[in-house]
Every structure is written in structure tokens, then in C-alpha cells.
Design a protein around this ligand. Sequence first.
Ligand code: ADP
Length: 479
Amino acid sequence: MKSETNRPAPLKKIKSVNAVLMKYLLLLAFLLIVLVEVICYFIVSNTSKDQANERLMHAGRDVVTYINGNGEGDVSSYIRLYRQEGINVYVLSPDGKILLPSDEASAEGSVVDIESIVKRLGGVQSEGSVLFTEKDKLNYATTVNYSGERSYVLATYSLRLLSHSLRILIIYFCIVGVIVLLVGALISYSISQKLSSGLKNLSTTAVKFSKGDFDVRFANAEYQELADLSDTLNSVRDEVKKSGDFQRELVANVSHDLKTPLTMIKAYASMIREISGNDPEKRDKHLQVIIDEADRLTGLVNDVLSVSKVSSKLDALNLKVFNLTEFLYGIINKFDYLQETQDYKFMVDIDVELYTRADAEKIGQVIYNLLGNAVNYTGEDKTVYISLKSSLTDDRIRFSVKDTGKGISKEDLHEIWDRYYRVKENHSRPVKGTGLGLNIVKIILQNHSFDFGVESDIGKGSLFWVDFPSVSKNIEVKN
Ligand code: ADP
């Protein structure tokens, strides 16, 4: 029998930021050291060769000048001074014998390749001088008149001396390189530790956060990128916390709001069964209460559904051009029963034939919610002012609805748009609100990118406004 095991695919090896940073910082330090040292080596070796050439020429010319000025004098001791600097100077006879310094003078044949020198100088008759490298030596040769005879001055400097100094230089470079590399390793270790410790702190905090601790604070002010990441994580934390709070509030509010109408429905249904069943007048009244409470339940459920639909943006906007004037009248007419049965007054100031482009169904929700709030929160005079005016300056239609209620305090003004926000004790009469209405309004208008707002005076009332784009009636609309 064959058994199959599902082994996870081998994971790509995860690298540590610390190690990667160290590796690259050290590599960088190493490359810099090599580069600097190679450049230094070339500069030093070139300049020392130039300097040696310079010294050599100087010595040769010096000896010639000395011979020309002092005749034979004590040229040998003069030449010996140069020897201390590593420069050997010789006065040679035309056949290559050393004439000076006197202690090296030999009668035995040519000790240097005089022919090559003569050749380099350009022939027996030439008066010039020449610099050349031969057999690990730098050489300078020129002619001189010594003891009335045409002779040669040859100054030599051993290149081995030069390469010896360069070898010492390389050893120094190596020592300095190792020291710099060690210091670089220390610095890169501390930098990588610092950077990764910021990341480690954030990750530790994130683990706490993932376990449900919403009071954690992501903090890193040392590096810009980590500070930005901390800010982002802090706002994610706030959002998650808020949405958790919203969920808890949602359950609490919805269950609280469901409880009252359900209790009422149950109570009135029992009353009909036990008391008013045979009394048509009472029964109708009680049935009406049940119908009203059921409506309230429907409204609540619709609001909850609406808010989750508009905020999840599952519901795409269905934009079209429509007559906003007529549309508004249509909604106001739905409130007629309030004018007829409860003495509400709607004072309207509405321009004719205004067209806009929007999702009519959703704008209906917006207007309905704003009018509903104005009715709920207006003052004792039960008056609501509705206006729809086309702007004289730009292509905009301003809709506003004003009430005469208690108004909204400055602190509450920004928050009323939040989900489930309900100003405490603001209701002038028992209000059916859920605290979702203005949140739905906000999300719908934001999805349309329409401007909207509220102005309120404590004790005088509130004015909610929305700016719609004004469009021509005949505009072609392509959705
Ligand atoms: P609700 O269903 O409670 O009315 P909303 O989201 O529509 O919920 O409004 C949020 C809160 O804003 C209300 O509870 C109320 O306190 C305040 N509010 C809204 N409209 C008005 C208004 N016209 N006048 C005074 N307060 C208002």
C-alpha cells in the first residue's frame, strides 16, 4: 500500500536583517580599504620613483659641478656623502674603469657596461645626460671633463631599496586595514543591532497586539522608516480597536434596540389575546402599536444592513442624471402625515428644474435620514426648513435642512458622523434613532465625493447641508 504524505514545500531560507547588514557593511568596509590602499600604493610608489630619479640627477649634476669647480679636489669624500643616501656615484674613464671614488678605483678592465652608457648618451661626442633603468637599478649618466680627459659620471640607485620601502608600506597598510576592518566590524555590529532591535521591539509589540492587547504602543522614534512603520501600526491598532468597539457596540445597541419593540409587541399581543380581543376599538389601537413597533424593527434592521452594505462598498454606485427638485418633493411628501397628524410644519424654498448626477436611491437615503433627524430633533415649534438652491457662482446645488432644536455642541459635531454615535439626552421627544443614520449619510456622500457638513447653534438648532453637482437635463450618461 502506498501512503502519501503532504510535506510542506521547503521554505526559502529566511535571512536575519542583522546578519545581512553586517555582511554588507563589512564588505563595503573591505572594498573601501582595498581601494584606498591600492590608490595610496600607486601614488606612493610613483612619487618615490620620481623622487629617486630627482635625487639621482641631482647627485650626478652635483658631482659634475664639483669637478668643474674644484678640479680634482676631494671628490671622493663628496661622493661618499651620497652613498649614505643609497646613491652610488662614479666617475668613469672612457673605457669604463672607475676613476672615482678613489677607494673603488681599479685598474682592472671595465666594471660597467660603458658601451651601453655611451650608446644611451648618443655617441662618444655627445654632451648630454641620460636616465635609465637597468638590472634593478635606476641610473643617471652624463659626461665630465676629468683630469683633462673626457670622462663619464654615473649615478645609480638600487630599486631594491625602493621596493623594500614599498614592502614596509604594504605591511603597514595590512596592519591598518585589519584594524580598520575590526573597527568597521564593531561599528556595523552596533548599527545592525540598533536597527534590528527597533524591528524586534516592533515585532514583540505586534505579538502582544495579535493576542488582543489593544493598549500596546508601537514606538520607534530613532529611525524615520521605523517611526513611519510605528505610526502605521498604531493607526492599524486604533482601527482594529475601533472596529472591535464598533462590533461590541453594535451587538449591545442592536440587542438593546431590538428588545424594546419586541417587548412591546409581545405585551400588546398578549393584551389583544386576553383583554381587547373582543373590543374592536381597543384591539385596533393595540394592533397599531404592534404595527408601529414592527416598523421600527424593520427600520433598525434596514439601517444595520445599509451601514454594512455602504461601508463594505459592495454596493457599487448607480450614477444617473435625475431631477433633484422632483425627487426632493417626492421624499417630503412621505412626511405629509406628520404635517397632517402631528402639526409639523415644513417650510420649503426649492428651486425648480434642478438636475444632478448621482445614485438616486442612495441620495434618497441621505435626504430621508437628514429630514428624519430634523423632525426628530427640532424644537417645540415642530418646524423644519428645507432648501434646495442652485449656486450663482458655480455648478453646484446646495441642499440644506434646518431645525429649531437644541443644537449640537462643538465637541459632538465631529462625532455625530461616527457609527452608533448618539448625543446624550439630545432628544426632544422619544426618538426612534439607531445612531447609524448620519454614518450612512457620510459614507454615501463620501462614495459620491460630494461636500457636506453641519452648522449648529446651541439652543437655536442645526443645519445640515449637502452640495450636489448641477448638470444639464440632457446630459448623456454612460455608467
Ligand atoms: P440617530 O438615529 O440616533 O438619530 P444619527 O446617526 O442620525 O442617529 O445621528 C447621530 C446623533 O447625532 C443623534 O443621536 C443625535 O444625537 C445627533 N443629531 C443628529 N441630527 C441632529 C439634529 N438635527 N439636531 C440635533 N442633534 C442631531
